[in-house]
Design a binder for this molecule. Structure first.
Ligand code: HEM
Length: 419
């Protein structure tokens, strides 16, 4: 399974020896062939040891309830960057950029508390009018009757505008955020711009300089409700620039967290409507269903494929003993397809009874800070789409997917709105 998958994935997944299944292979997500591998693991070996993964040996936790058990047990399972952090790929110590997503309590809790007011209900309420106005401007400018890239024109544009607002980042330069986000989250690969960790560092050093300058300005001014000012004035974070790796780690956490994930849900929502035209018709017939469609699309798309933990003590999960020091991957993408937890889990169904029963935002102390903001952006997008006389947003070519086992990213999606 280390080379690009050659066989029909449905045959390969059920034919190869169980111990050769390596779901950390980013090709599975780039080629969108991951489903049968996880279906087999859930059925035959739900807590699975892979000795020769392309990022080293690791456990895969693939069932909904086992993922919950790991995600909510931070005593036994560490997120700490010094232990290995939150993704399977291990980085050399001097290249690790700790941020509060890759910290354990108490440091995690102190830093999280500094930024979480940005998404407090009152603040979300205040932001909603701006989001709606921008969404309308973007939708009004879309062509009718001709092919365009939904990712670039809508998903990237809206999420990057949002991010620029959260940081109070110079608006005209906002695509820098998109670029740094892409660079930070790519799996390194020969022949691409990010072909090594050294190259990634070189590019992100530019981001570091840029944010350092913004930080210095904000630190001198009175506190304001933007993320840089909050961090620059926060008791637990104001000295971050003296720890450049941690400084950059936290900035990148907010850039990637607030950008790629929501962006891919926006692109995924258009794919879902095309794959399930009956659901689109149902939605047009009853726009109030946007409320349950949005969490369903976040489940169906599962923008974060896996999060990793490192075992701090011997612990039993799903009948297997995970040994102290082992790497453990929680495959959200698989837990969200677990039929024991979610009925007809493979299907996109916009009026589920419990649409928020999914793993896409994680659980426990690291549960996504921005979940309500992400839902609000998607809700506004679809409310405004449904006010238009668009019979469909037709996908007219295959989505281009990214080589990553962390983010389920779509980098291009050709669409056409009938004229
Ligand atoms: C659909 C969109 C999104 C998805 C699917 C998503 C998913 C996730 C996941 C899986 C985690 C880790 C949970 C865990 O380890 O248990 C996480 C954490 C986080 N997310 Fe999101 N996210 C989304 C949107 C956002 C937005 C819009 C923001 C920023 C405003 C954001 C900021 C964060 C932060 C700061 C953390 C770290 C929380 C911590 O460690 O305490 N996310 N997110």
């Amino acid at each position: 399974m280390n080379a690009p998958v050659q066989l029909d994935p449905r045959e390969d997944a059920w034919a190869i020896p169980l111990d050769r299944i390596d779901v950390s292979n980013p090709h599975l997500y780039q080629d969108d062939t991951w489903r049968p591998y996880f279906a087999r693991l859930r059925r035959q070996d739900p807590v699975h040891w892979c000795e020769q993964g392309i990022y080293g040996a690791y456990w895969s936790v693939t069932r909904y309830r086992d993922i919950m058990a790991v995600d909510t047990n931070q005593k036994a399972f560490s997120s700490d960057a010094l232990m290995g952090g939150i993704v399977l790929r291990d980085l050399p110590m001097d290249m690790r950029r700790p941020s509060f997503i890759s910290m354990d309590p108490p440091k995690h809790d102190e830093q999280r508390k500094t930024v979480s007011p940005i998404v407090a209900p009152g603040n979300l309420q205040r932001m909603s009018a701006t989001i709606r106005e921008r969404t309308n401007r973007v939708l009004d400018n879309l062509p009718r009757g001709e092919t365009f890239d939904w990712v670039d024109r809508v998903s990237v544009e809206l999420t990057t505008q949002m991010l620029a607002t959260l940081f109070d980042f110079p608006f005209e330069e906002r695509r820098k955020l998109t670029y740094w986000s892409n660079v930070a989250s790519a799996n390194t690969r020969a022949g691409t711009e990010v072909d090594s960790e050294a190259k990634r560092n070189e590019i992100l050093d530019q981001a570091l300089d840029y944010f350092r300058q913004l930080w210095e300005e904000r630190a001198k001014q009175p506190p304001r409700p933007d993320l840089i000012s909050m961090l620059a004035h926060g008791e637990a974070t104001r000295d971050l620039p003296s720890r450049p790796h941690e400084f950059m780690g936290n900035i990148l956490l907010l850039v990637v967290g607030g950008n790629d994930t929501t962006r891919n849900s926006m692109s995924g929502s258009v794919l879902a409507m095309n794959a399930y035209p009956d659901q689109y018709r149902k939605l047009r017939g009853n726009p109030a269903l946007v409320a349950s469609m949005v969490p369903e699309v976040i489940r169906w798309q599962t923008p974060v494929i896996h999060m990793r933990r490192t075992a701090m003590e011997d612990t039993e999960v799903g009948g297997k003993t995970i040994r102290k020091g082992d790497k453990v991957a929680m495959w959200y993408i698989s837990g969200n397809r677990d039929e024991d937890a979610i009925e007809n889990a493979e299907e996109f169904i916009i009026d589920r009874q419990r649409p928020r029963q999914h793993l896409s935002f994680g659980f426990g102390i690291h549960r996504c800070v921005g979940n309500r903001l992400a839902e609000m952006q998607l809700t506004i997008l679809w409310e405004e789409i449904l006010k238009r006389d668009w019979p469909m947003i037709e996908v007219v070519g295959p989505p281009v997917r990214v080589y990553s086992n962390i983010l389920r990213s779509i980098s291009a999606l050709p669409v056409r709105i009938p004229g």
